[in-house]
Every structure is written in structure tokens, then in C-alpha cells.
Design a protein around this ligand. Sequence first.
Ligand code: GLP
Length: 239
Amino acid sequence: MHVKVFKTKSEASDYAFQLLIKQKDLGPSTYGLATGSTPLGLYQLMVNSEYDFSQDQAINLDEYIGLSKDHPQSYAYFMNQYLFSKKPFKATYIPNGVAEEIHQECLNYDQILEQWPIDLQILGLGSNGHIGFNEPGSSFDTKTHCVQLTESTIKDNQRFFENNEKVPSRAITMGIDSILKAKQIILMAFGENKAHAIRQAIELPASPLCPASCLQQHANTFILLDEEAASQLSGEYNA
Ligand code: GLP
């Protein structure tokens, strides 16, 4: 794991963008993408760049169960709004949150992941240490599956929902085993509310209690932090 601390999240996003372009320079690639506010700086850099992604593929981590791709809070809508409508990809995949057979949808998603191994996986971090929607307690050998979201995740994500609309309580997520299969991983975390999870992920022994700690088992992982997110780390980390 390479841990890098930046003064601002914008500097961290710049660094993530450079890593992404290094991958892109190798040829058509498959990117594993995340939602949430954290990767937005990176997506903005991609959108504003001269790079063409029309030969690349994107496979997203997760989706709420019960939200169709037209629902403004669905992750499909989010990705379209911030990236795909502005930078077309050759193909994009997001779990179908309104699939009739959720179990079958998970199996289909695993087939997509097998067919298109991820070259570079982008991750954010839940304040409870989740990655994708793999909540604390998730074992490290899971594939795509349906999860019950924790109260803390539902509360954290309430800010994206308006008019007292309820945050869905279930989601489909790529599993930790699938995430660890990516050739390279970039996890970004910004802000003080991520500091506790970052310390657990990096400095405590890997444990399902902090799903992001699985990244200790992946040699080609970059953890890009701003100073607030790094504030509980005891080690010396420099950009
Ligand atoms: C959701 C997503 C995660 C994301 C997390 C953090 O729970 N499923 O993939 O990392 O939110 O969101 P934010 O980046 O807004 O803090």
C-alpha cells in the first residue's frame, strides 16, 4: 500500500488523475468506478481533459436496490450526470437496482467482471470503513451480492436525498474479493469524518470490521488523503 497525504483534496485528485492517465496510456482499459462526493474532483479532471475514453470501459461498484437508472439519487443517474454524459465510454456497467431477480443480477455482474478484469479501481470510503457497499463485518471473499445498509451509512447518505425521501436500505455491491482482483486500486478519502476509518484501514491489522483494511493485502494500492483524513495516522506519510 502506498499512502500519500496532500494538503488539499484537489491535489489528491490531481495525483489520482495522473495515475489514471498512466493506465490510459497503456491502451484501452477497464476502470472500476465509485460514486459519492470523493471522486468528483477526479471525474471533473477527466471531463475537462482532452482525453477520449470511447475505447475504455467502466464498471461501477454498486447501486441502491429499488432505484431505477432514471431516479436522481440512483448511482446510474449520478455517473451519467458527472461523467458518462460528458465523456462517453465504450461500455458502462452498473448493477440494475430494479432487477426482478436480484440474485441473478449479482451473478450476471460477476460474469461481466470476469469478462472484463478491472485495470484500475477507484474507491471512496464510508465513514464506517465501507468500500462499495461492503459494510463492516463483510468477509473478504465475497463476490457481487445484496447487502443491508447499516444505520450509519443510511444516515451519511441522507444528505443526497431531498424532501425527507428515505434512503434505500438495501444495495447491490461488488464484493471485496472482486475489488481486490483489480490490477491497481486508488482509494481516496477526504475530511475529518474519514480519519478514524483511515487509521483502522491502514494502521490496525486487517479485519472485516473495517472492510477497507482488506487493501493491506493488495500491493498495488494507492491511498490518497487530505490532511484531515490523515489526522489520526501515527506514521509519517508524505506526498
Ligand atoms: C457510498 C458509496 C461508496 C462511497 C461512500 C462515501 O456509501 N457506496 O462507494 O465511497 O458513499 O461517500 P462520499 O465520497 O460522499 O463520502
